[in-house]
Design a protein around this ligand. Sequence first.
Ligand code: FES
Length: 134
Amino acid sequence: MPKVTFIVDGETRMLDVDLASLTYSDHGLPGSLLDIARSFDVPLEHACGGNCACTTCHVIVREGADNLSEMQDDELDRLDTAWDVTPLSRLGCQAVVKGDVICEIPMYTRNYVQEGGAIRLGKPGAPKEREAGT
Ligand code: FES
């Protein structure tokens, strides 16, 4: 069972992923980093719905690049348009997990304006929730 680790805002979430039981729901390729992120409520943006048509699912693979599917031409072409692309960059919706991976969600790909109008900066919790002490 692969261990997939997402680094978000400097915090690490390590997940034991049973690839056969993911709740794939048409966002990215089945078994992709985006599929896993959505299955475990990891905030990985996906403006185009996982169709390799934006770059909001851009991740930087820190370890385990060989445990991801090989990059195809359409991913490479789209990734070329990503901001601050690195040799370790992948699109989360196209990178299918085959083994242990550690990846970071870059700060500049985050959407701080979430559904419902709350602006989230840094840590989870809308301003209204913080006021209530929750
Ligand atoms: S979600 Fe748009 S390219 Fe991956």
